[in-house]
Design a protein around this ligand. Structure first.
Ligand SMILES: [Zn+2]
Ligand SMILES: [Zn+2]
Length: 71
């Protein structure tokens, strides 16, 4: 096992040696039905209450016009 020269931890357990986020992996919350009307952060389409939406960081609320609900 090789150790990290910065943290002196094994490289398999060192956070610095293991970049956490994949570049194209945007963290997203789970789907639920919108309580209030709003606008999709991706395409600016207005959605109504009851539309499936989810939070996608950092964009904001993404509606089912731009993503497929996973339920
Ligand atoms: Zn390291
Ligand atoms: Zn959209």
């Amino acid at each position: 096992m090789s150790r990290c020269e910065f943290t002196d931890l094994e490289q398999s357990t060192c956070a610095h040696c293991r970049p956490s986020a994949e570049p194209d992996q945007r963290p997203a919350g789970r789907w639920f039905h919108a309580v209030h009307p709003g606008a999709c952060a991706d395409c600016r389409t207005r959605f109504t209450a009851g539309t499936p939406i989810r939070m996608q960081i950092p964009a904001g609320w993404i509606a089912d016009c731009c993503d497929t609900p996973t339920w």
